[in-house]
Design a protein around this ligand. Structure first.
Ligand code: ADP
Length: 188
């Protein structure tokens, strides 16, 4: 879409920020900003289920039948169905209630748990959307800092199978906000 991607290296892992549609990403996993019921919905969740087909929802239903609804800050992994990505990591971000209800910690947890699950499954590449900044109302500037600092901290703490992390931002404003935040977060 005419924007040159932003890239940095963290402990041997490439972290990049691009504008695009996450359902088209051929990384080992894409992350879904799901809701606790794992039943699909609007936004990126709806787009992933539409593009990936019924196998994803089938596995989501089995997970909920087994362990109940997925709390905010947690993540689970399913097949990628018909997507170019092999897996979908479903995580639930916090709903924004003004910022003093533990939203930042829950958002950090959503990113950390997703990366942890990718590493446990020996995945080498994972793409994230901007979790919580759509229907869940989290302000993009604040969410971008949490997202990027959590990913960078995770990658700095230990070397894992993950060699590539891509933030795939759908709209220009979100893309520009993440691109600006990376400089603040890294201090470069
Ligand atoms: P949440 O409920 O966590 O806020 P949403 O899906 O409503 O999740 O929005 C999260 C972000 O995902 C928003 O920035 C939205 O524009 C973006 N988004 C929607 N569709 C896609 C897509 N196909 N690829 C990447 N991001 C998307």
């Amino acid at each position: 879409m005419g924007n040159s991607p932003v890239q940095i290296k963290v402990n041997g892992t490439r972290l990049s920020i691009i504008q695009g549609d996450i359902t088209r990403q051929a990384t080992d996993a894409i992350v879904n900003a799901a809701n606790s019921g794992l039943m699909g919905g609007g936004g990126v969740d709806g787009a992933i289920h539409r593009a990936g087909g019924p196998a994803i929802l089938e596995e989501c239903k089995q997970i909920v039948a087994r362990q109940g609804r997925l709390p905010a800050g947690k993540a689970v992994i399913t097949t990628g169905g018909n997507l170019p990505a092999k897996h979908v990591i479903h995580t639930v971000g916090p709903i924004w209630h003004g910022g003093d209800k533990g939203e930042a910690e829950l958002l950090r947890s959503a990113y950390r748990e997703s990366l942890g699950l990718a590493a446990e499954n020996n995945l080498t590449s994972v793409s994230f959307p901007s979790i919580s900044t759509g229907a869940y109302g989290y302000p993009v500037e604040q969410a971008a800092k949490v997202a990027l600092s959590t990913a960078i901290t995770f990658l700095r703490e230990k070397v894992t199978s993950i060699k590539e992390v891509v933030f795939v931002l759908f709209d220009l404003r979100t893309y520009e906000t993440y691109s600006a935040a990376i400089h603040e977060v890294t201090g470069e």
